[in-house]
Ligand binder design. Sequence first.
Ligand code: SF4
Ligand code: SF4
Length: 167
Amino acid sequence: MVVLPVPGDLCRECGLCCRFSDPEVLTPWAVRPGQPPLPASFRPPGPISLVPGTGRMDLPVVVCDSLEADVSRCGVWGEHPADCRLYPLVIVRRNGAFYLALDPDCPFSARMPLSFFEGWATRFRTEEWDHLSSSEILTLRELAQAEDRPQYRAVLLLPEPGSPRPS
Ligand code: SF4
Ligand code: SF4
């Protein structure tokens, strides 16, 4: 299972993750309204939902109810959904293709060289993505399409069913 090694102290200081200003933006795919049945690796071990909470500077936000906010820790860590485990890498769909892209808003993105994220992206592709079935990958199309932002930096192409596998 691929988990990006973002240092816990950095996350505790930052506090951006798992708190969302918009329930439809950057929230785990498993809580998006009307989402298709997701591949198992994108589903948490039990139901998760968004509940009212507060973010930085006491701004009202919605918060994942699996967040242990007092210690800034994921309560289902180790079994958290793939899209949570990958961040600050984000699965997007751009120009008709899936990519792993890097979100520059995460401070960890600036701390490490691009080669670091390329390595983790390649691990995800070979250890998880390449083992999804064609139909599982197809269920992710709309979610990934909605996820893309102009500021995201494409890191690695994720092949689709029937497309040539990059070497
Ligand atoms: S944005 Fe990055 S540093 Fe901040 S909490 Fe999320 S993963 Fe951690
Ligand atoms: S499942 Fe865990 S990592 Fe994902 S949003 Fe909820 S608390 Fe955060």
